[in-house]
Design a protein around this ligand. Structure first.
Ligand code: UDP
Ligand code: GAL
Ligand code: MN
Length: 283
């Protein structure tokens, strides 16, 4: 038997007093300065954890894949087993750059939809249909790049990311779906956080529950002739209100520098939007 030599001082050093680090349901909120990556890496390696990163690149969005994959190779879960799941209707256009050790890519051919809103929403349905042999799934937008560490500190049975536009904003101002006719609706006096649709995940079992519920909700909405204001993001927000995430990622994990600059509270910009011309890319 041996003891790891680590004094209390060194473990408790630093910390964050300027941000919320624990939700009222006692889930950690992940900010730079709240975790020790060496301890977490060791834990995950001992369990031989495999992480699936799902990303959709339908129609013109295949153009975003190269930078997404290149930067993910540099910053995402380096040293762990990672499997990229690329969902696309243009398999021939998927860049085939060599991947790092322990990392692999799987290209899944799926249909496209005419409307970009439907492409975005149908991710919930398609992720369910192609769950592979991994322990955790991380579901990410493709019109983004990684620019700093995104590691195993994000992993948990169910995690969501604080939308960068609504951190610290009163919940009445969140852009939840408000029409009671929609399955996604959240009354003005309810809601914990406004989560971003572009980065969420969890264990395979939990992501299956999440995507099934959100898909079902969109089917019911469609039957009632209604589409939630922010599509899959609205349904994700309703789901995470009812099923509290076990970890909440700070907006470091989804940021838009063009829109929001770089405030001091966000010490690292880890996953950031790539500017796009909405008209040019979505038609
Ligand atoms: N998407 C796609 N092709 C499209 C529209 C959307 O592949 O024609 C996927 C892509 O992964 C994208 C995500 O759906 O990142 C969400 O759409 P978008 O990023 O345009 O939404 P925004 O983040 O601007 O709300
Ligand atoms: C925008 C973002 C949209 C949606 C919206 C919610 O900044 O581009 O995708 O998340 O916020 O209000
Ligand atoms: Mn996006």
């Amino acid at each position: 038997m041996s003891f790891v030599s680590c004094t209390c001082e060194s473990l408790l050093e630093g910390g964050r007093k300027d941000v919320l680090v624990l939700t009222p349901w006692l889930a950690p909120t992940v900010w730079e300065g709240t975790f020790n990556i060496d301890i977490l890496n060791e834990q995950l390696r001992l369990r031989n954890t495999t992480i699936g990163l799902t990303v959709f690149a339908i129609k013109k969005y295949v153009a975003f894949l190269e930078l997404f994959l290149q930067t993910a190779e540099k910053h995402v879960m380096v040293g762990h087993k990672v499997s990229y799941h690329v969902f696309t209707d243009r398999a021939g256009d998927v860049p085939r750059a060599p991947l790092g050790e322990g990392r692999q890519g799987v290209v899944l051919e799926v249909r496209s939809y005419w409307r970009w809103q439907d492409v975005s929403t149908h991710r919930m349905e398609m992720i369910r249909r192609f769950l592979h042999e991994v322990d955790y799934l991380v579901c990410a937008d493709v019109d983004m790049r990684f620019r700093d560490h995104v590691g195993v500190e994000i992993l948990s049975p169910l995690f969501g990311t604080l939308h960068p536009g609504f951190y610290g904003v009163a919940r009445e101002a969140f852009t939840y779906e408000r029409r009671p006719q929609s399955q996604a609706h959240v009354p003005r006096d309810e809601g914990d956080f406004y989560y971003a649709g572009g980065f969420c995940g969890g264990s395979v079992a939990e992501v299956l529950r999440l995507t099934s519920a959100c898909h079902q909700a969109t089917v019911v909405d469609r039957a009632h002739g209604i589409e939630a204001v922010w599509h899959d993001e609205s349904h994700l927000n309703r789901y995470l209100l009812d099923h509290k995430p076990t970890k909440v990622l700070s907006p470091e994990y989804l940021w838009d520098e063009q829109l929001l600059g770089w405030p001091a509270v966000v010490r690292k910009l880890r996953y950031v939007t790539v500017p796009k011309s909405h008209q040019g890319i979505r038609d």
